[in-house]
Design a protein around this ligand. Structure first.
Ligand SMILES: [Zn+2]
Length: 65
């Protein structure tokens, strides 16, 4: 299992593709990082599916659960 995984996500604000490096050990966590393009805060949610693949969900900060 690779410790770091590169994932491509789309910014929920501007739609720009962003490559991020995620750590398997961060699964289940949520963190906020500013978009490199539009500088708005993107909420990253890391989860692991039943196959053990790390999945990254992004949403905008103001979006309700
Ligand atoms: Zn953006």
């Amino acid at each position: 299992m690779r410790p770091l995984d590169e994932q491509r996500v789309s910014c929920p604000y501007c739609g720009e593709s962003i490559d991020i490096l995620v750590d398997q050990q961060e699964a289940g966590q949520e963190y906020i990082e500013d978009c490199q393009v539009c500088c708005k805060p993107i909420v990253f949610n890391l989860s692991v599916d039943s196959m053990g693949h790390l999945t990254v969900l992004v949403r905008d900060e103001n979006e309700a659960y």
